[in-house]
Design a protein around this ligand. Structure first.
Ligand code: SAM
Length: 248
């Protein structure tokens, strides 16, 4: 069971190019209020998730020459969590996003701390084969128009023994899952619409999590593409989780 033909599909879009253009336009439109809304809607627990993700890769981040990219970096909080673990004079981290408005806000945070902003599509990275020791992506992978193509591209740019970290939302089970689903599907889109004025963007969020493959499917796809040591670690009762994998 793999995720071969799946990817994000905002309402009203047909085909991958159309979906990607809609995602890009949506993030450009919410960029000015993205950080504020993110922290309100997540109760700032996202800071802990970025920190935990960076800590998981501290053995790579501590190497000054390690080549690292944070894909779908947006306004740069995952990138900043990585940079905090880099030693002085370390090689810069590449911070990639295709939304100009998100990336400019990210660059304002991370440029002076050792990251380089790259405006590019995650499905067509301007990075040579076998380059990176670490590729991370936080809350971006779910938005790709083709999940399997995304994983293949990440595999291409990683060096042998390079590691992958994908942090994204998940749908927890049990009673907590039901409560969370109520918040995520009913309350969050309303608050998002009120505060951002972009109703469709915050209706898209729970819809995109609903479309996102379950951990079992993602792990099978990672393996089928050639990753090894694939694992999913739930964060905060499985509201979010971190996929880790290694390119052999
Ligand atoms: C929810 S934001 C996450 C930003 C940041 N990583 C964080 O943790 O806050 C998702 C980001 O993914 C970017 N994105 C989505 N699809 C992309 C693609 N195909 N190529 C590059 N960036 C993409 C969006 O522009 C947006 O900035």
């Amino acid at each position: 069971m793999t995720v071969q033909t799946r990817g994000a599909q905002p309402v009203g879009t047909t085909g991958e190019q159309d979906a990607a253009a809609a995602v890009q336009a949506m993030f450009d439109s919410i960029a000015p209020r993205y950080d504020l809304l993110n922290h309100i809607l997540s109760g700032s627990i996202d800071r802990f998730w970025w920190w935990r993700t960076a800590r998981r890769f501290r053995h790579i981040l501590s190497h000054p020459q390690a080549r690292i990219a944070d894909i779908c970096c947006g306004t740069g909080d995952m990138t900043m969590a990585l940079l905090r673990r880099r030693p002085p004079l370390a090689a810069p981290v590449l911070a990639v996003d295709f939304s100009h408005q998100m990336l400019m806000r990210g660059a304002a945070k991370f440029a002076k701390h050792g990251a380089i902003a790259v405006e590019a599509d995650a499905l067509h990275l301007p990075i040579a084969d076998g380059t990176l020791q670490l590729l991370t992506t936080a809350f971006g992978f779910r938005n790709l128009a083709n999940y399997e193509a995304g994983l293949r591209e990440f595999h291409r740019v990683l060096a042998p023994e390079g590691e992958l970290g994908i942090l994204d939302f998940s749908e927890p089970g049990g009673i907590l899952g039901k409560l969370y689903a109520f918040y995520f599907r009913r309350i969050l889109p309303r608050i998002g619409r009120l505060l951002s004025g972009a109703g469709s963007a915050y209706a898209y969020l729970p819809a995109s999590v609903g479309r996102f493959p379950a951990p079992r499917e993602m792990l099978a796809t990672l393996e089928s593409i050639g990753f090894r040591d694939v694992r999913w670690t739930p964060f905060t009762f499985g509201i979010a989780g971190l996929y880790t994998a290694r390119k052999p």
